[in-house]
Design a protein around this ligand. Structure first.
Ligand SMILES: C[S@@+](CC[C@H](N)C(=O)[O-])C[C@H]1O[C@@H](n2cnc3c(N)ncnc32)[C@H](O)[C@@H]1O
Length: 228
C-alpha cells in the first residue's frame, strides 16, 4: 500500500464520499452476511447493565446499534473522524452520543470505558500503533477490547471471496474506486497473529479469538489486565 492511501485526510474524504451509500453497499458486497457476523462478535463480549462502551471507527454506527439492541442497558459512545459517516449514525440513533475525533487522539481521560469495540476500522488507520495505545489508555483495568476485521492474506477462500466481491463491486456499485481501495487495504494489513502481538506489546492480553467465513474474518477479544 502506498503512503498516499494512508494519509488521514484522504481516508476521511473517502469515507465522507461513500457515507450515504455505505450501509446498502456493505450489505450488497457482503451478500448480506456482515450484520450477522457483527452480531456474533458482539455476543462474545462480557456484557452487563450500565457499561460505558466506546466504539472506535464507528462509521454509520452498526456496532453501537447492536449494543443498544442487546438485552442490557448500555451506554455506547461512537467515535469516527468522518463527519458524513457520523451524520448517518446520528440520524439512525438521535439519542446516542457520537463524537467526531481521530482515534489516535481520543478526547477522553484514562480508564474511562469498560469496553472498547473496533470493527473494520483499524486496517484503514494511518497510525494503528498509536490507536492501539490510545485504546489501552482509555480502557478500564479488566476491561475488554473487541477487534473484528478481515484476516488479510491470500488463502484460497479469501481469493474466492474477493473475486465475488470484485464482480459485485463492478456490477452494482457506481463509484467503485473507494471499494477497490478497501479490498486492497484488507490484503495488505498485517495478519491477525502479528496484530495480536501489537496489542500485546501495548499491554493487552488475548482472551479469545474466533474466525468467521472460514477464516476470512477474524475476531479477537483482549483484556487490559490489572497491574499491581
Ligand atoms: C470501514 S468503516 C467501518 C465502520 C463500522 N465500524 C462498521 O463496521 O461498519 C471504517 C471507519 O473508520 C473511520 N476511520 C478511519 N481512520 C480513522 C481514524 N484515524 N480515526 C477515526 N475514525 C477513523 C472511517 O471514517 C470509517 O467510518
Amino acid at each position: 500500500m502506498t503512503s498516499i492511501e494512508k494519509v488521514p485526510e484522504v481516508i476521511r474524504k473517502m469515507f465522507d464520499n461513500i457515507a450515504s451509500k455505505y450501509d446498502i453497499n456493505n450489505e450488497i458486497i457482503s451478500l448480506g452476511m456482515q450484520k450477522g457476523i457483527k452480531e456474533a462478535a458482539v455476543r462474545e463480549l462480557t456484557l452487563r447493565d450500565n457499561l460505558q462502551i466506546l466504539d472506535l471507527f464507528t462509521g454509520t454506527g452498526d456496532i453501537v446499534q447492536l449494543l443498544l439492541n442487546s438485552n442490557y442497558t448500555l451506554r455506547p459512545v461512537g467515535v469516527d473522524f468522518s463527519p458524513n459517516m457520523l451524520e448517518v449514525a446520528r440520524k439512525k440513533m438521535p439519542n446516542t452520543t457520537f463524537i467526531l475525533s481521530d482515534a489516535a487522539e481520543l478526547p477522553f481521560s484514562n480508564n474511562m470505558f469498560d469496553i472498547i469495540t473496533m470493527s473494520f476500522g483499524l486496517r484503514n488507520a494511518y497510525d494503528y500503533k498509536k490507536i492501539i495505545s490510545e485504546a489501552y489508555r482509555v480502557l478500564e483495568y479488566n476491561g475488554e477490547l473487541m477487534h473484528l476485521d478481515f484476516s488479510g492474506g491470500n488463502s484460497l477462500m479469501a481469493e474466492i471471496f474477493e473475486t465475488v466481491e470484485k464482480f459485485i463491486i463492478k456490477k452494482q456499485i457506481q463509484n467503485s474506486s473507494p471499494y477497490e481501495y478497501l479490498l486492497k487495504s484488507k490484503k495488505t494489513f498485517i495478519p491477525p497473529q502479528k496484530l495480536i502481538k501489537e496489542f500485546e506489546a501495548a499491554g493487552f492480553k488475548l482472551k479469545k479469538q474466533k474466525k468467521f467465513l472460514l477464516g476470512i474474518i477474524s475476531l479477537q477479544i483482549f483484556e487490559k489486565p490489572k497491574t499491581d
